[in-house]
Design a protein around this ligand. Structure first.
Ligand code: ZN
Length: 160
């Protein structure tokens, strides 16, 4: 069975950046299960997996436009330290949930300079070219319930 619209695919993957650092991987855990054609994964990876079958391996590099998008400079802001009341030690890399004009968003502290904290609301992988090394473990038809929910149930998917 080939990966196509409304299929469930289970994949093992390793994601590296341009420097070759491993950013994310399914190694040592469950494979990732996703519902093809339902925006469960980034568009570039979904496109590369279409037509593949169990046992296929592929390496694919995905530009930001087909990944998490380009970095949006307007999402980088400097805010005063007192905005983080209750947090004793603010460090680069800390993540917070913040209510913004665009709704609830994860922001990452990207710089700390005295009482000025720089926060970045971009996805941590925005602007990055993503290098995936993927092996397809299994392809199956989705159940009606999975199609209704728009995501996979069971191994590698949602448990609810
Ligand atoms: Zn569900």
């Amino acid at each position: 069975m080939q990966i196509a619209q409304d299929c469930v695919a289970l994949i093992d993957y390793t994601l590296t950046n341009d420097a070759g650092d491993v950013i994310d991987s399914s190694q040592g855990g469950e494979p990732l299960a996703y519902l093809h054609g339902h925006q469960n994964i980034i568009p570039g990876l979904e496109k590369a997996l279409a037509g593949k079958t169990a046992g296929d391996s592929l390496k694919v590099s995905i530009a930001p436009a087909d990944g998490y998008g380009d970095k949006n400079p307007s999402l980088v802001e400097q805010v005063p330290r007192h905005m983080f009341s209750g947090v004793d030690n603010i460090e680069v890399g800390m993540q917070f949930h913040a209510q913004t004009g665009g709704g609830m968003q994860v922001i990452t502290v990207s710089a700390v300079d005295g009482d000025t904290i720089t926060v970045d609301g971009n996805h941590p992988l925005a602007g990055e070219t993503l290098h995936f090394d993927v092996t397809v473990k299994e392809v199956r038809a989705a159940s009606q319930e999975e199609l209704d929910h728009g995501h996979v149930h069971g191994v590698g998917g949602h448990h609810h």
